[in-house]
Design a protein around this ligand. Structure first.
Ligand SMILES: C[S@@+](CC[C@H](N)C(=O)[O-])C[C@H]1O[C@@H](n2cnc3c(N)ncnc32)[C@H](O)[C@@H]1O
Length: 280
């Protein structure tokens, strides 16, 4: 039987998600709000309001997909990052709160030429462009589907200074140098079990898996950084929580100094960076 009110629909949704989602009530509110065109707060303010049949059908369809594990961000087609909202599709990694630490680390030191490697939704490049409107920012990804999403996001958010380039890591910017290189590359080993986030099952494998050790992309990016940085240029990298020592070691091998690692909200080493006084 179809529910007559928002409160009944909400109760049904929470029951459906109770076993599969750790955030059943929040997910239900987001999906019910999207299906009805209301704000989540309005759902609670008007629990006795009736739900239109078309809205109920929309809600039931997305709720069932959520019950089967699809991330809310893909179902809604959007995700908040820093102080803005991005469109996301299954072609791009869903921006993580951990990556906000990466952006915050970089923002402490303005740069006028920036290279982001592996831009995905464009979240990092767009955040930097919004903070530094006069910076020239190149954002590379090998996925043309991801770049299409990133370009749309940049346009919608007025991040006009970002140039999106298709290709393998540094290939599209060969011969160029930057004041800042920033990346959240894939860093999960091929045979590592699925990350504890269920979302990863639905995200592009090429955005998550790096190779046999998980360090392959980070090592490549660090090894080639000295040929792409200006004197005194910086690098900031997101990495897995067990990879801090390895990343610091690779940075030191390439001549980086002032190497530091920052922790995420869970207390895990998550972001490392350094300065290169004398590039190659
Ligand atoms: C972990 S995701 C990061 C996406 C986004 N920057 C973020 O932080 O949410 C890694 C990105 O790197 C891209 N990528 C993987 N290998 C690449 C390569 N060899 N060259 C360029 N981009 C690559 C993937 O397509 C993916 O978009």
């Amino acid at each position: 039987m179809d529910p007559a009110t928002l409160a009944e629909a909400r109760r049904w949704g929470i029951d459906q998600l109770a076993e599969t989602s750790p955030s059943a009530a929040i997910d239900t509110d987001c999906l019910l709000a999207a299906a009805t065109g209301l704000e989540p707060v309005q759902l609670r303010a008007w629990p006795e309001a009736s739900i239109e049949p078309a809205a109920w059908q929309r809600f039931r369809t997305t709720l069932r997909r959520r019950r089967d594990g699809e991330p809310v961000a893909y179902l809604l087609g959007r995700r908040g990052f820093m102080d803005f909202e991005l469109a996301v599709t299954p072609s791009v990694l869903i921006p993580r709160p951990e990556t906000e630490h990466l952006v915050e680390a970089a923002l402490a030191q303005p740069a006028d030429r920036v290279l982001e490697l592996g831009t995905g939704s464009g979240c990092i490049a767009i955040a930097l462009a919004r903070a530094w409107p006069s910076a020239r920012i190149d954002a590379v990804d090998r996925s043309s589907d991801a770049l299409a999403v990133a370009s749309r996001n940049a346009e919608a958010l007025g991040a006009v200074s970002v140039r999106f380039l298709a290709g393998d890591w540094y290939a599209p910017v060969a011969g160029n140098r930057f004041g800042l290189i920033i990346a959240n590359p894939p860093y999960i080993a091929d045979d590592e079990p699925e990350p504890d986030r269920d979302d990863a099952r639905f995200e592009p494998r090429g955005a998550l898996r790096a190779g046999a050790t998980g360090l392959e992309a980070l090592e490549f990016i660090i090894a080639a950084a000295p040929r792409h940085l200006d004197p005194g240029g910086r690098i900031w990298l997101e990495h897995g929580y067990g990879q801090g020592a390895a990343v610091r070691g690779r940075l030191a091998e390439q001549g980086f100094t002032a190497i530091e690692t920052r922790r995420d909200l869970a207390g895990h080493e998550r972001v490392s960076g350094g300065i290169l006084e004398r590039p190659a």
